[in-house]
Design a protein around this ligand. Sequence first.
Ligand SMILES: Cc1cc2nc3c(=O)[nH]c(=O)nc-3n(C[C@H](O)[C@H](O)[C@H](O)COP(=O)(O)OP(=O)(O)OC[C@H]3O[C@@H](n4cnc5c(N)ncnc54)[C@H](O)[C@@H]3O)c2cc1C
Length: 374
Amino acid sequence: MNSAGERARAFVDEVLIPCEVQAELGRISADDVALIRREALAREISGGLHAREHGGQGWTHVEWFLVEEQFGRSTNALSWHVPTAYNVLAHGSPEQIERWLKPALRGELHDAYAVTEEHAGSDPSGIATTATRVADGWRLDGEKWFVTYGDVAAVFIVMALAPSPTLFLVPADTPGISVVDDPPFTHTYPHGHPTIRFDGVLVGEDAVIGGVGGGDDLQRAWFAEERLGIAARGCGAMLRLIEETTAWAIAREQGGARIIDHQGVAFPLADSAADAAAGRLLGLEVARLADAGEDPKVVHAKASMAKLFVSEAANRCADRCLQIWGGRGYTRTNVAERFWRELRVDRIWEGTSEIQRLIVARALERRGVQRVLW
Ligand SMILES: Cc1cc2nc3c(=O)[nH]c(=O)nc-3n(C[C@H](O)[C@H](O)[C@H](O)COP(=O)(O)OP(=O)(O)OC[C@H]3O[C@@H](n4cnc5c(N)ncnc54)[C@H](O)[C@@H]3O)c2cc1C
């Protein structure tokens, strides 16, 4: 059988990319969504790092990086239809794993992760959502912003003060949960990022995941994985951008020459290639260190560095490629235009570029320069 990365590349070329323009200009059909899920399961490219007994693939971080990189070659978050689940769910009790993780990896439900609040974004320690003990469980009160998948999720993973930071698994149909806003965003993605209120939401003792007070540790592991995933997908985006734009620059003639022969076109392509190659080496190195059992604090810092570098580089790359496409680059049917909008959020979510810089700088001081660099 081909490697997971090769299977993912074929899947993206054959199943996801043909749906992109339709997804951008409207919505893909329910049949196409079902096809994406079915093909991802059949080709064994879903569920990556999750254990095989839970329905995942049990991949190494390197294998997972190579698959996420391929998903990053497609736009409009079509890969979000590939069955998956946040890594937090793997820390659940056997009952939580049966109820939420296994169905998620079969493509039967979505989870959503809710930490950000109106007054707690870059500094999640400022959250105000409370979990108060009541008979037989907990009462949750608070409001969460930008909850990705919040409009389709069956379960919310909610960070609340109990009184120390604790994660709760809250079924989306629990009384007291409401959507207070569902703003439109820059990208055209299948799912929204609504604002969700929790008013006197009652859950049982069994809703706690990772133990009372265990929220921060689970969240650090979540951040490290999500940030490395952003780096991987950013590398894939740059690969697609440079492939398609190089082909265009070779074929397009202006002023009696191929535009790639104009230095003003060739140099941005070369700079983008150097960015993409460097970012990929860094990302793969972080994945290798995670597989080798390196200190999680070092992996966390290096995942931040990879996310910072690749997300900034991918934005530069998309901007340069759009320019090389000229007027065609400003149409929504052009891949460079879509990436130019879509990659912007990678400098914001899972911690802004400024926050990644703070993490890297703190690691230089605490872990030592050489461990952070090499
Ligand atoms: C599309 C989208 C999807 C999202 N999905 C989720 C989700 O599923 N779950 C979830 O919980 N959250 C989600 N988020 C929230 C995201 O993680 C936050 O938006 C992000 O962490 C920034 O927080 P903020 O928006 O409150 O900005 P703020 O924290 O208010 O920051 C504003 C500006 O100040 C800068 N800044 C803040 N503090 C510092 C500092 N110490 N030093 C230097 N600069 C600083 C920031 O870098 C930024 O430029 C999502 C956001 C978006 C846009």
